[in-house]
Design a binder for this molecule. Structure first.
Ligand SMILES: Nc1ncnc2c1ncn2[C@@H]1O[C@H](COP(=O)(O)OP(=O)(O)OP(=O)(O)O)[C@@H](O)[C@H]1O
Ligand SMILES: [Mg+2]
Length: 343
């Protein structure tokens, strides 16, 4: 089965070709100009997707050595994401599928992230504990199969990536926050400041607004109002390292609790924040402690990419799900395969 995947939910336009689960091409065009605005500007994002999508599809097909006629299935992100940005990739893909009479699969972006570990050579095994950490989501899930995903917990406020981005802005590191905090943290002392880890009522839930406020209070009391340029580099690095330590601890603690209470065959860490080196290291250590197989996608598959969208489309087709191009599945902001468990 050859699948063409298209992703345009935020500030990455991506097109991929997958043959029987193997990635033949996965092109990602990032809209770096948002840096000038301190965050993604939705209208500009949509326009940039439109400008590049057609040539990116051609390029991805050429790199894969395929033509549109060789494609069996076209999968595109149908949400969640920025509506205008989503519409570009979704309608482009649906139009192609319509014209070429291909099976069209609307893909939930988060489901794409959840199963992105399957793009790796060594695959996860069900039942699978998934920690999905991105700019908009923080989810702890127990996937029993490609179509049965038990939601154990989620964030009650900020997503982990959002907390990285907001704290980076607060301390003057700028956007995108995650990689910048990670870089600053490499030269800092992660035990210098004790930022709190929220103790949640929902056993597997997360909260990051407390740690974020606590960073704000700290810089206010140590350096006056957040005139971020006044923070000396050494202290800035310590704040970044201590903040990163608190977030990683909070995430790993909940995964460990889930491992104690559920029998799983493997663990997977996915989403943009899965690029974080400290988190990757701690997640591997957790797997080793519980003697479980750990699969973390390579960096190319952590952030937004179309290979994960194509894989998700393929997994749904192989699971026997049926799709009609006439039925409008747009937008798709909540996964129909999530089972809310009372824990
Ligand atoms: N090295 C890193 N450390 C921590 N966070 C990181 C790192 N690299 C990227 N991130 C964070 O990952 C997030 C982007 O991930 P992703 O592209 O998956 O999110 P999104 O697509 O915006 O949100 P969602 O997938 O929930 O819709 C940003 O918040 C970014 O700061
Ligand atoms: Mg994403």
């Amino acid at each position: 089965m050859i699948v063409l995947g298209i992703e345009s939910s935020c500030d990455e336009t991506s097109v991929a070709v997958l043959k029987d689960g193997t990635v033949l091409s996965n092109l990602i065009s990032s809209q770096d100009f948002h840096i000038n605005f301190g965050g993604v500007v939705p209208e500009l994002s949509s326009r940039a997707h439109i400008q590049i999508i057609s040539s990116l599809v051609k390029e991805a097909l050429a790199k894969a050595g395929c033509s549109l006629d060789d494609i069996d299935v076209i999968g595109a992100t149908a949400g969640p994401g920025l509506i205008g940005a989503l519409l570009v990739g979704y309608t482009f893909a649906r139009g192609l599928a319509y014209a070429k009479k291909k099976i069209f699969v609307p893909v939930n972006h988060i489901e794409g992230h959840i199963f992105s570990g399957f793009l790796m050579e060594v695959k996860p095994i069900f039942p699978l504990l998934v920690l999905a950490v991105s700019g908009g989501h923080t989810l702890l899930l127990l996937a029993k199969s490609f179509t049965e995903i038990i939601k154990l917990g989620s964030t009650v406020d900020d997503a982990a990536g959002e907390a990285f981005d907001k704290v980076a802005k607060m301390i003057g590191l700028g956007y995108p926050g995650g990689p910048k905090i990670q870089a600053a943290a490499e030269n800092g002392n992660n035990r210098k400041i004790q930022f709190p880890i929220a103790d949640m009522k929902g056993k597997y839930d997360f909260s990051f607004s407390g740690v974020k406020t606590s960073v704000l209070r700290y810089i206010q009391s140590a350096f006056g109002a957040p005139k971020t340029t006044l923070i000396p580099e050494e202290q800035l690095n310590d704040i970044a390292a201590s903040f990163q330590f608190a977030v990683v601890r909070a995430l790993i603690d909940k995964c460990e609790l889930a491992l104690k209470n559920f029998e799983v065959a493997s663990l997977s860490l996915v989403g943009g924040v899965a690029a974080n080196e400290e988190l990757r290291k701690s997640f591997f250590q957790l797997g080793a402690k519980y003697k479980k197989k750990v699969v973390i996608p390579k960096l190319e598959y952590c952030g937004d990419n179309a290979a994960m969208i194509a894989f998700r489309a393929q997994s749904l087709i192989l699971a026997g799900e049926k799709f009609s191009i006439e039925s409008d599945a747009f937008p798709n902001f909540s996964s129909k395969y999530f089972i809310n468990a009372s824990l």
